[in-house]
Design a protein around this ligand. Structure first.
Ligand SMILES: Cc1cc2nc3c(=O)[nH]c(=O)nc-3n(C[C@H](O)[C@H](O)[C@H](O)COP(=O)(O)OP(=O)(O)OC[C@H]3O[C@@H](n4cnc5c(N)ncnc54)[C@H](O)[C@@H]3O)c2cc1C
Length: 295
């Protein structure tokens, strides 16, 4: 099927884009068009107006500001995957980008499109929630910041208004000094280049990587496709904080993840299987992040 007819707009600034959003009814933003094209081709969305944001240069950037990493909404998955600063200092983000679909989707798809789509299986939403990130939104009323926790409300439902545009995602780096922190993004896929059945974003900061038995000072665990929103499990984090990461602690953390997720059954993965994946991938993420923190 082909999309229904629409009028095409190509603003060059955020101000022009939000004015179009405010003035036009039945308008849809288009970024990388990797998800929107599928929805429109199936006539699950039939917007009268498409606002193509690809000419808005200010939306493409990766800025490390010292206490945070600021990623513009139009930044492509490929650029996030290959960013030197992210690979070295925020591996959970670059690794999450590198595991999205295949090269074609990664060359065009954007972080803003992924967060705009808000699929609970999405890689960036999971990283954002796990790391305590925030989003910057713009409209004709100005700009506002919203915590990732407040942004994801229910299945593919978010705090964004119809006249708002995501301009950037912000990931705090201050609590995660590279010398004492390990990060990882892991997922289980049935086949290459598909969406994962379940993913986990993990980070561990230790007190002293050179100590005989470094203790976990702070841990972060977020799961994708384990509930109807991206899920941070603070009980898992609390279970490993304050002590060196030994096998018994990791096993306990895995059991907590098994209990705390609320996954929806899918054709190839029933609820119990997804709980088991949550247990296993939580354990793997904690071990990998801890090993990287003390390496
Ligand atoms: C085969 C396949 C496999 C995939 N596998 C994965 C995967 O494993 N993990 C994963 O996370 N993703 C996966 N994806 C989705 C991928 O991340 C998409 O690229 C992404 O969801 C959409 O990004 P986009 O820039 O193409 O957005 P578009 O398709 O252009 O837009 C998607 C939605 O977001 C809205 N939007 C776009 N930009 C903004 C903005 N700045 N502000 C507000 N709303 C905006 C649009 O209006 C639209 O509703 C997969 C996609 C495909 C086709």
């Amino acid at each position: 099927m082909k999309p229904s007819a629409f009028e095409y707009h190509r603003p060059e600034t955020v101000e022009e884009a939000v004015t179009l959003l405010a003035d036009l009814s039945e308008a849809e933003l288009m970024a990388g068009n990797q998800s929107l094209s599928i929805v429109m081709a199936n006539r699950l969305a039939n917007p009268d107006h498409i606002i193509d944001i690809n000419a808005i240069d200010e939306l493409s950037h990766i800025d490390a500001t010292g206490d945070a990493v600021d990623v513009g909404a139009l930044t492509r998955h490929r650029d996030i995957e290959h960013s030197d600063v992210l690979t070295e200092e925020y591996a959970v983000l670059s690794e999450s980008a590198g595991q999205i679909a295949g090269p074609t989707v990664r060359n065009r798809g954007t972080i803003g499109g992924s967060i705009g789509e808000a699929d609970p299986a999405g890689n960036y939403p999971c990283v954002l929630v796990a790391m305590g990130g925030e989003l910057e939104l713009a409209s004709t009323d100005g700009r506002r910041t919203v915590d990732a926790d407040d942004y994801f409300i229910a299945y593919m439902m978010t705090d964004i208004e119809e006249d708002e545009l995501i301009t950037a995602a912000r990931f705090p780096s201050d609590p995660f000094p590279a010398a004492r922190t390990g990060m990882t993004f892991l997922g289980q896929k049935r086949a290459a280049q598909t969406w994962p059945t379940l993913s986990v974003a993990g980070a561990v900061r230790v007190d002293d990587p050179d100590a005989a038995e470094p203790a976990v000072e702070e841990a972060r665990i977020g799961l994708a496709n384990a509930a109807d929103v991206p899920l941070r499990i603070e009980a898992v984090e609390a279970a490993v904080e304050g002590e060196p990461l030994v096998d018994a602690t990791v096993e306990n953390a895995g059991e907590i993840a098994y209990e705390r997720v609320s996954p929806a059954a899918e054709m190839h993965a029933d609820e119990t299987y997804k709980r088991e994946l949550a247990r296993e991938y939580t354990k793997r993420a904690l071990r990998t992040a801890y090993d990287r923190a003390i390496a």
